[in-house]
Design a protein around this ligand. Structure first.
Ligand SMILES: [Zn+2]
Ligand SMILES: [Zn+2]
Length: 399
């Protein structure tokens, strides 16, 4: 195999080549984005999306593995033999009821476009790219499963881009965990022998009320919210079992742990008052995103080269923060999770975002997102100083 010849072209010339490549793919990428949008699939059920994305990878000469890493709807394709390995994460799961209200059709196809463009020049430049299908971002901790299965083991950096109503290279994301609370009491006739029962619903509601009291004390970078999923079967029987699902979010893992303890005390205290038993089953924590500022700055420069205007990350308050399983990746590998403007002032997880994800601004985000990711990967491949700086920051923050 011939040694890569990177001396013949500058980074700017390689970026121009991959942008032209992505423009040539535009109809296919946007077509796939709309196709995935028209077939919304929930976490771990993304059979259509993972199939059409891998079909495209194969049609362009790559050899995707699908399924991958023990997940039926994950896939992986690789290109290049030497040099830094850039992992591009493709999400494509949807939400119940509102379909692609988080715009993951854009994430999957922007990642595909970046991956295809990078694959076409990886050998020549001497870089490696991994296009990774990451299912179940919405509550399924898909990337945590992928991390555990070794999907990021040989990654030098990991990146993706998420649609939002603005361009920002670093947006705040909260650490979070989810708990299922099961209160167990004793059934009894609600009229003729209520004294013989232990009302599990009362215990749960008392715990919920405690959560509301806690909520009044939260900072802007903390959240408590949830629903009661089972309040009993019939109104004239004291409920023997009641369940609820609750989410705790905080700025970082340490603060999350403290808030989890306080919520636990609410439900355990409520159970003690009623004489019920309380069981809390935690799903496992999702970490905040520790965005690599070196990679994020490169992403921003590349976005600005496409005439995208970025907000100052410091201007984005925690009040608008959600969470993502990319957070766990960001603590394992230097990572970025920048957001790209869909051209409409719409919030995530809304029907308005569902519509924006296939409108003109959403389609533009597919193409520009692909270019911004690919150009940033070119920087990682060609600018050893940038990669060293990204690694040094990651190492310093990991101490
Ligand atoms: Zn979402
Ligand atoms: Zn999302």
């Amino acid at each position: 195999m011939a040694a890569p010849d990177t001396s013949s072209k500058t980074a700017a010339e390689w970026k121009a080549i991959i942008c032209t490549h992505i423009d040539a793919l535009a109809d296919e990428l946007i077509g796939l984005s709309h196709d995935i949008h028209a077939h919304p699939e929930l976490a771990f059920e993304e059979h259509h999306a993972s199939a059409v994305l891998t079909a495209s990878l194969a049609a362009h000469g790559l050899s995707p593995q699908h399924p991958a890493f023990g997940l039926a709807t994950s896939f992986v394709a690789r290109a290049g033999d030497i040099g830094p390995n850039v992992v591009i994460c493709c999400e494509y799961d949807a939400l119940p009821g509102i379909g692609h209200g988080c715009g993951h059709n854009i994430i999957g196809t922007a990642g595909l476009g970046a991956g295809l463009a990078l694959a076409s020049v990886a050998q020549a430049i001497g870089g490696r790219v991994t296009i990774l299908g990451t299912p179940a971002e919405e509550g399924g901790l898909g990337k945590v499963r992928l991390l555990e299965a070794g999907a990021f083991a040989d990654a030098d950096v990991a990146m993706m881009v998420h649609p939002e109503p603005a361009n920002v290279e670093i947006a705040p994301y909260l650490a979070n965990d989810q708990v299922t609370v099961t209160m167990s009491g004793k059934a009894a006739h609600a009229s003729s022998s209520p004294w013989a029962g232990v009302n599990a619903l009362d215990a749960l509601v008392l715990g919920y009320t405690g959560m509301l009291a806690l909520k009044a004390t939260l900072r802007s970078d903390e959240r408590l919210h949830g629903i009661i999923t089972n309040g009993g079967d019939v109104d004239n029987v004291i409920p023997a079992v009641a369940t609820g699902v609750f989410r705790v979010r905080a700025k970082n893992a340490r603060r999350l742990s403290g808030l989890k303890d306080r919520l636990t005390a609410c439900f355990e205290g409520a159970a003690a008052q009623i004489g019920a038993r309380c069981e809390l089953s935690w799903r496992g924590p999702m970490q905040d995103v520790r965005a690599n500022t070196v990679l994020a700055a490169a992403f921003r420069r590349n976005g600005e080269s496409l005439d995208r205007v970025f907000l100052d990350p410091k201007s984005i308050p925690y009040d608008v923060a959600g969470s993502t399983d990319m957070g766990n990746v960001s603590y394992a590998v230097p990572s970025i999770h920048p957001v790209i403007d869909v051209g409409a002032l719409v919030g995530g997880h809304t029907v308005e975002m569902t519509a924006a994800s296939i409108a003109r601004g959403g389609d533009a985000a597919v193409i520009d997102g692909a270019k911004m990711l690919a150009m940033t990967a070119i920087d990682v491949w060609l600018d050893s100083g940038l990669l060293e700086a990204a690694r040094a920051e990651f190492a310093r923050l990991s101490l």
